[in-house]
Design a protein around this ligand. Structure first.
Ligand code: HEC
Length: 396
């Protein structure tokens, strides 16, 4: 029986590649041996290990796994050789043979160009405020080429020798955030060294650039909903979107339901539900209805304008059409399901899930009835396992 599928192994490898390099960089920094770039330890090499190719070509993944298996066997043989005197010669020969015949994939396949900021992490926490700020900066500096929607088909873009890529696609998730940062700060060049995209390090602060990355991801999420009716990449509930004054962000580990409501809807607000933490995100002068006997009233009310705007971008719904929409996160904070205003009184069902494993998406939306319990069960059965550039969900 196969305990782990090839996908699991690839995920493990991708995770290990990330953790090893990250750990190495932080160890360097702790020893005072790393330089600093844009406020974080700088990656010292021109290349880094990259698992991207493993996702594209599974035969290379198999080859790398068997090479690691060979290396492990070689190590084992060496240990035995040291411990077992009478078998030493045989075991040493076995070690040498194993090392010699290890089928390593071509080194170049596993290396990618790196920047000093390759392993930087964004300080914004994907917050609603950053997304909204990012949109302003984007409209000012980037939309002329990349278009407001990120598709990059403006007249200016079409006149460039190299066309801008479609930013409203999975592209941003295939890149390390730190490498996106570097591109935006210092621009891009073609093979001959000619600039294809200008750099913005003089006009923009580091915070502006991190905010741009958040906005572009939120925008790509909204574009995905408009195009295929689902989030093809995982997107988190923005930080700050579920804050309610005193009870700020106690969302850790809880499923959160965000109810977007305008003043007209105060009468139609759903009741609190013990299975979820309900947050009413109010537009305008909405008042919460008085608690009713028998049903716990919702007690978390946020009026964050940034959260409203950010969720409008992520759901691809205009902000004046958003009232009445409900969103659901899983326990890890990923946005997973949505209910539209037309349907806001209906019960939740599995068909409201918008973020699924590729196989489930391909099979089309299931129309199984079953209410919130089956929705939660489906969400929990299929957690988002996010590895940079890796699998979005548990793939079969
Ligand atoms: C003058 C036109 C122009 C402007 C302005 C511009 N870009 Fe670009 N952008 C490009 C082109 C062209 C490319 C493709 C570059 C290449 O592949 O060599 C690109 C590529 C990118 C990429 C993809 C990088 C990758 O890793 O593949 C990102 C992200 C990006 N731009 C973000 C931005 C942001 C954010 C701004 C605003 C701060 C911006 N761009 C402003 C033209 C532009």
């Amino acid at each position: 029986m196969n305990l782990l599928s090839l996908s699991d192994w690839i995920n493990l490898l991708l995770g290990a590649i990330q953790v090893l390099q990250d750990g190495f960089l932080h160890a360097l920094a702790a020893l005072g041996l790393a330089q600093t770039s844009h406020g974080q330890p700088a990656w010292p090499f021109a290349e880094r290990l990259s698992g991207d190719v493993l996702l594209i070509d599974r035969s290379i993944a198999r080859q790398l796994l068997s090479a690691l298996g060979f290396s492990f066997a070689a190590l084992l043989a060496l240990v035995i050789a040291l411990a077992w005197r009478r078998g030493r010669v045989v075991m040493l020969l076995a070690t040498v043979a194993l090392v010699f015949f290890t089928p390593w994939p071509d080194r170049h396949l596993l290396l990618a160009p790196a920047e000093p900021t390759s392993f930087h992490t964004s300080p914004t926490g994907f917050s609603a405020a950053a997304i909204v700020h990012g949109r302003q900066v984007y409209e000012q500096r980037c939309a002329s080429c990349h278009a407001i929607d990120g598709k990059g088909d403006t007249p200016l873009a079409l006149s460039l020798p190299v066309s801008p890529p479609n930013l409203a696609s999975g592209l941003l998730w295939r890149r390390a955030d730190g490498e996106l940062f570097w591109k935006i700060a210092y621009g891009a060049r073609d093979r001959h060294g000619a600039a294809t995209m200008p750099g913005f390090t003089r006009q923009l602060t580091d915070n502006d650039v991190w905010a741009l990355i958040d906005f572009m991801k939120a925008n790509a999420a909204g574009a995905s909903i408009r195009a295929i009716g689902a989030w093809d990449q995982p997107v988190a509930l923005p930080a700050g979107a579920a804050d309610c004054g005193k009870q700020a962000t106690q969302t850790g580990g809880q499923r959160v339901r965000v109810i977007l409501a305008s003043a007209q809807q105060s009468a139609a607000l759903p009741f609190d539900d013990p299975r979820l933490r309900s947050v009413v995100l109010a537009d305008g002068a909405l008042k919460l209805p008085a608690p009713q006997a028998g049903a716990p009233a919702i007690d978390c009310l946020s009026r964050s304008k940034d959260a409203w705007q950010a969720l409008s971008i992520i759901t691809g719904i205009d902000s004046d059409q958003l009232a009445g929409t409900q969103l659901l996160t899983d326990r890890d904070g990923w946005l997973r399901a949505r209910k539209l205003p037309a349907d806001s009184n209906g019960a939740w069902s599995e068909s409201d899930i918008l973020c699924r494993a590729p196989a489930e998406m391909a099979a089309g939306k299931s129309n199984k009835p079953g209410g919130l319990d089956s929705l939660i069960a489906a969400m929990d059965a299929e957690p988002v396992r996010f590895v940079k550039g890796g699998f979005v969900h548990a793939t079969p």
